[in-house]
Design a protein around this ligand. Structure first.
Ligand code: C5J
Length: 222
């Protein structure tokens, strides 16, 4: 066991039973000119998670850890898009409509794919999820279970939406989650703080919070 200094207390893990899960680092959320920016968001708040996440990704690959990427999006025929999600926000151009980088959050479109900096390597699972949580309507749980994974190191966007939802889902399924605070991002600075606080409050009610430096130092010792 190796220990990462974290809040609310150290996170003990073994690389062979721990996976790196990178949530929704998609062009439409993160890149300038994408759907997120078109909605008026400052994508630089998300982009600052890219460089530290890349370091963690490189180290996890070098250590032979399982790496899983997720993408939020829908089938081209939108048959897996609930009406409430389609209507939410009363957007002129919403999910499934033409956007700046192709049809918005539709699988196969340029904007739906993962940013170049964090491109999945051949063989790394990419989980396409129709919801906010990475476990809802996906085979992620089966994949982790079949490989003996019990713990997750979580990076990605956005901290209060898909990262938080996925961590809560993982926790209910028996996985310990360590969220790296510099590797997750929110368009809303106050949500970033609150979402991380919610995870580590009450003795780590949903998981642990640390950062890339502390995780990388621990992984190097493992
Ligand atoms: C994610 C969203 N990935 N904010 N989606 O958090 O709609």
């Amino acid at each position: 066991m190796t220990a990462v200094p974290a809040e609310p207390y150290e996170f003990e893990f073994e690389p062979r039973s721990c996976a790196l899960v990178i949530i929704d680092m998609q062009r439409d959320f993160v890149d300038p000119g994408g759907f997120g920016e078109a909605l008026g968001n400052d994508v630089s708040l998300l982009r600052r998670a890219i460089a530290p996440t890349k370091k963690v990704l490189d180290a996890a690959r070098a250590r032979g850890m399982l790496v899983v990427h997720t993408r939020e999006g829908h089938r081209p025929d939108l048959s897996d898009l609930p009406l409430n999600k389609k209507l939410r926000g009363r957007l002129e151009n919403g999910i499934g409509d033409p956007g700046p980088m192709g049809r918005i959050l539709v699988r196969g479109e340029y904007g739906h794919d993962i940013v170049d900096e964090l491109k999945p390597a051949p063989g790394e699972p990419v989980v396409d999820k129709p919801g906010k949580g990475a476990f809802y309507a996906t085979d992620l749980d089966a994949m982790l279970h079949n490989r003996g994974i019990r713990q997750l190191v979580v990076c990605g966007v956005t901290t209060e939406v898909c990262v938080n939802t996925s961590v809560r889902e993982a926790n209910d399924r028996g996985y310990d989650c360590l969220v790296l605070e510099d590797c997750v991002g929110s368009y809303f600075p106050e949500f970033q703080v609150a979402a991380l606080s919610m995870i580590k409050a009450q003795g780590g009610i949903f998981g642990w919070v640390s950062d890339s430096k502390r995780f990388l130092a621990a992984l190097a010792q493992a």
